[in-house]
Design a protein around this ligand. Sequence first.
Ligand SMILES: Cc1ncc(COP(=O)(O)O)c(C=O)c1O
Length: 361
Amino acid sequence: MSVPAYRSQEWLFDVAAGRYDVDLAVSGMEAHSVEPLLAEMTTKAGYDVDRGAGQLRETIAELYRVRPENVLITHGAQEALYLLYASLLEPGDEVVARGPGWQQTLDLPARFGATTKTVDYDLTNGDADGGARTAAAVGENTRMVVLNSPHNPTGLTFDDAQWEPLGATKTLVVNDEEYLTDFDRSVVQHVPGSCSVSSLSKVYGFPGLRLGWLVGPSDVVEKCVNYRRYTTISNSPLLEDLGLAVLRRRETYLAEYRRRLTDGWRVFREWATGHPQLQPLEPQGTPYVFCRVDLPETTSLQLCNELLDRERLLLMPGDVFGAPGHVRISYARPADLLTDGLDRLGRVVKSLSGLELAELT
Ligand SMILES: Cc1ncc(COP(=O)(O)O)c(C=O)c1O
């Protein structure tokens, strides 16, 4: 059984490749250099422990207030999620997930004979009843509920009340917490027996370390460890040591990230007031903003292609998440780069809405 083309990666690495010089698409902090971390490296390049080095697992366990046996180190959140699907799903199982969303969750369970039931986000009310509607979708064959809060692409985040109905389902709840900064707010603290998946890719700006993790019940961790013995065996000890060095400087990286969010949002919000062609949904702690495109006779995909062709600007079309009519704009960028990108975007939306002509005549 083949898997469908992965639309977000296809957009970034295939369709848009070589056509942009300002990137407001890739989510998260801009990538950091590893140079300041290298001085600490004394790594021996042997095989690593299959579940990840002890010190790294202890560090992550502390962040979640769990035990090291509840932690598995993976190649990014993507591998953690893959291992969950591959090691837990059986033919006939059902996964309850949210739409629009991360394509892996929507399409991969079918590869293991499972089906995915999608509960759509209600953007008219900030998805206030999203937790209850998701819990209500859980049925007899539901093997797991996979959530993503803070959510990509809408930027919406579950509050305490939204988590509550999920605990009552007694089903394995997995939350993709790529964009969470405070693990006191993790699903693990809200839903007994749940799993959290996260990484150093977004908030910390180290996607190239491919350093992610799964936190969950030890029997789930063990099943995933065994599956990974068939695939990558272990992470690279070099990348794990670099990851540990990043986590030792956690507060510094987090402070920088939070500054980017505050400053970037101020710049974006001001820009947005003069550009009603894009209607933003206020992000709840994500480094990007999800915007409805309100342009005559121009789809979100056409807008993104026009931006590449006319202004060499990269945005993320909502289409790749199953949300046509929207674009996702990453605003956690240095002010000069963000302003440059928004100037380019402004010229194109004004031109496509006919405003340029109106202003000239
Ligand atoms: C919601 C979500 N999950 C998972 C991933 C995978 O990221 P990584 O494997 O780098 O942690 C991403 C990356 O964009 C994402 O947005």
